[in-house]
Design a protein around this ligand. Structure first.
Ligand SMILES: [Zn+2]
Length: 159
């Protein structure tokens, strides 16, 4: 937007005048563990719940639909880290990647979706078996239950 229209949402909505370049933002954000952002999602969800906006998304009484899907957002044959998923090809070549399981509360009659905290699909220290979308989904659902304080609220999770 800045290059095409000489304005952007950071300036017009949030009054941010000096904006870092994309590469600098990546350098900074890459160092922050993704779990750091979980409270922002929890806070958003709690505000929506408290102000009864979640009721508009109920597909059944006290039941929300959470749709999840995995997506790969990084892939390289050269650059990798300890958390990378890896796939060895028949040629012996290895492809390294990062993926995430993203979820959102949806309703068939609503255009807007409510994103919830994504779950990284990544390897961790000391684990020999690779992480996968199914295991990430188990963690995702456990975290979804943990972050929702309302015991009367149910979720249908759809892949
Ligand atoms: Zn990596």
């Amino acid at each position: 937007m800045e290059e095409e229209q000489n304005q952007n949402n950071l300036r017009t909505l949030f009054n941010v005048e000096k904006i870092s370049k994309n590469s600098q933002l990546r350098d900074i954000l890459d160092l922050i563990p993704s779990k750091t952002f979980a409270p922002a999602f929890k806070d958003l969800f709690e505000r929506l719940r408290r102000h009864k906006h979640l009721e508009e998304y109920a597909i059944l009484p006290n039941t929300l639909l959470c749709v999840i899907d995995g997506t790969q957002y990084y892939s390289s044959k050269q650059i990798h880290c300890d958390c990378c998923l890896h796939k060895e090809h028949r040629t012996g070549e290895i492809t390294y990647s990062h993926a995430v399981l993203q979820g959102a509360i949806m309703h068939p009659d609503k255009k807007q979706v409510l994103p919830v905290m994504p779950e990284a699909i990544q390897n961790t220290d000391g684990t020999k078996k690779q992480d996968c979308e199914s295991n990430a989904a188990k963690r995702f659902i456990a975290n979804l239950k943990k972050h929702i304080q309302d015991k009367d609220l149910w979720f249908v999770v759809m892949v």
